[in-house]
Design a protein around this ligand. Structure first.
Ligand code: SAH
Length: 483
């Protein structure tokens, strides 16, 4: 089996390579470092084993040997192993040592290059590492020298005499010594210098100054330092996006959060997903649904009353042709949309998206009189009772359960520090308030009904979308923060 040494890029999941995303999505084991952002780990299947081999500064010196041994061991199990490394695996990342260990043990490996922070962190800060007429070469150097690693010592005075652009990785802690030695080597203390912390991430910070003045004593790693004329260039785009620097809480379920979170992130926001409802397997693990879907051709109608139910139903469907003689009803457009994603067109969607609305338009039985109703564990009885009263033989199967999600004290603390919270329905409000978590200063509601529920729950609604869609909500937030 092959072990994949994969570059994760500087931190923005959008800066993964296509190959890296593909391998992560099919990984069985992901071996990652301490600073690997959670969003990257989340790209692996939920069933994948995550192994944190993060070396803590000051940890045991043989940590790398143990990582090498672990990769060899995992490689032998025949599972799909992804060794995820920040930036590029061969740029100050000891990927080469891991590859050598694998080669020695006779285990195949593949290296997936990554976008290195040496280039990406500066460019996210609007600093080009080369610039025609100003800088024709770039030197990338490590500021972390550990004699135990057997690395040759960096001749900082020689670097100081070199000119061009100097990019220093892992140099924050030793910056006073490094900058002094660069100056001693001949670099002008007036040379522009900048430090970019967490480049490409929503928490990115850029500090600018000169070689002589840049003070990094309050900067925690990871940060990349750029020295050279280019460090004075400020082609700002990243940090000037409208929601940059804002943390926004998204309260939709984990399945539904993605769309809103994506829009907010593209505008620069740090998104904190706090699902207030969790959708889980029913008590029987889905056996009843699986069974019913296996003989779905026996039913005259399949009735789906929520997007979650529709999703679960489609997941169990083996072959779309099993539905050849079966008609489909959805309670509303959201549920119908899920079916449409699976190339299933509904025969019936009522005008009022509630059980009563569906009953009003549901036809009388003719021929086969069986209905499969796949829905949440806890639901009103209006629909099965009404259909039965109309002469239908109704099989009610539980497709999923919803449970109020727990908010851990750690998450509650993050919510308290956020700038805004978004509510996309009354139920997100009610469920969020029930968790007892603190409320950020800006409360944004998708429309008047949601806003009213929030107000009734004692929240002060700051932002209400004019157009009651996700786009409308995002627009309203952007306008609020622009003021
Ligand atoms: N293989 C990595 C570098 C690993 S060394 C790469 O190619 O990017 C770790 C150092 O990289 C950090 O100390 C910091 O200097 C730099 N670094 C990594 N991610 C960064 C980021 N998002 N922003 C700024 N610097 C980063």
């Amino acid at each position: 089996m092959t072990v994949y040494l994969v570059g994760a890029g500087p931190g923005d999941p959008g800066l993964l390579t296509v190959r890296a995303a593909e391998l992560l999505a099919s990984a069985e084991v992901v071996v990652h470092d301490r600073l690997t952002p959670a969003e990257l780990r989340d790209l692996a299947p939920a069933t994948a084993e995550l192994v944190d081999v993060g070396k803590h500064p000051g940890g045991p010196a043989d940590a790398q040997t143990r990582i090498n041994e672990l990769l060899v061991e995992l490689g032998r199990t025949g599972r799909r192993v992804v060794r995820l490394k920040g930036g590029d695996p061969f740029v100050f990342a000891r990927g080469a040592e891991e590859a050598m260990a694998l080669a020695e043990a006779g285990i195949d490996f593949e290296v997936v290059p990554g976008v290195t922070s040496a280039v990406a962190a500066p460019s996210s800060a609007g600093i080009p590492v080369t610039l025609r007429g100003h800088s024709a070469w770039v030197t990338v150097v490590t500021g972390h020298e550990d004699p135990a690693k057997g690395e040759p010592e960096v001749d900082w005075e020689a670097m100081g005499a070199l000119g061009g652009t100097l990019v220093v990785l892992m140099g924050v802690k030793r910056w006073p010594e490094i900058s002094a030695r660069l100056v001693a080597g001949g670099r002008d203390p007036q040379t522009p210098a900048a430090a970019v912390r967490w480049g490409s991430r929503p928490e990115q910070q850029t500090l600018r100054g000169t070689l002589g003045s840049l003070d990094l004593s309050d900067v925690r790693p990871p940060a990349t330092v750029v020295v050279g004329e280019v460090a004075a260039v400020d082609l700002n785009w990243f940090e000037s996006r409208p929601l940059f620097g804002r943390t926004v809480v998204v309260t939709r379920t984990a399945e539904q959060a993605g769309e809103l979170s994506g829009r907010l992130r593209r505008l620069g926001a740090q998104v904190l997903e706090v699902p207030t409802i969790a959708v889980t397997e029913p008590a029987d693990g889905g056996a009843a649904l699986r069974d019913a879907v296996a003989r779905v051709a026996d039913y005259e109608w399949v009735v789906l009353t929520s997007p979650n139910g529709a999703r679960r139903f489609c997941a169990e469907l083996r072959d779309g042709r099993d539905l050849a003689g079966v008609r489909l009803a959805a309670i509303g457009p959201g549920t119908a949309d899920v079916l449409a994603e699976h190339h299933l067109v509904c025969d019936l969607v009522p005008e009022r998206f509630v059980a009563e609305g569906l009953l009003e338009v549901f036809p009388a039985p003719s021929g086969r009189n069986t209905v499969l109703l796949a829905r949440a564990e806890v639901a009103r009885d209006v629909l099965p009772e009404g259909l039965a009263a109309a002469g239908w033989d109704v099989d009610v199967v539980t497709a999923y359960r919803t449970q109020p999600a727990q908010v851990t004290p750690e998450t509650a603390e993050q919510v308290a520090a956020a700038d805004a919270i978004t509510f996309t329905s009354s139920s997100t409000v009610t469920n969020f308030v029930a968790t007892g978590a603190p409320v950020p200063p800006v409360v944004a509601a998708i429309g008047p009904v949601t806003a009213a529920t929030a107000q009734e729950a004692g929240l002060t609604v700051t932002v209400e979308a004019g157009v009651h869609t996700l786009d409308g909500l995002v627009d309203a937030l952007v306008r609020h923060f622009a003021r």
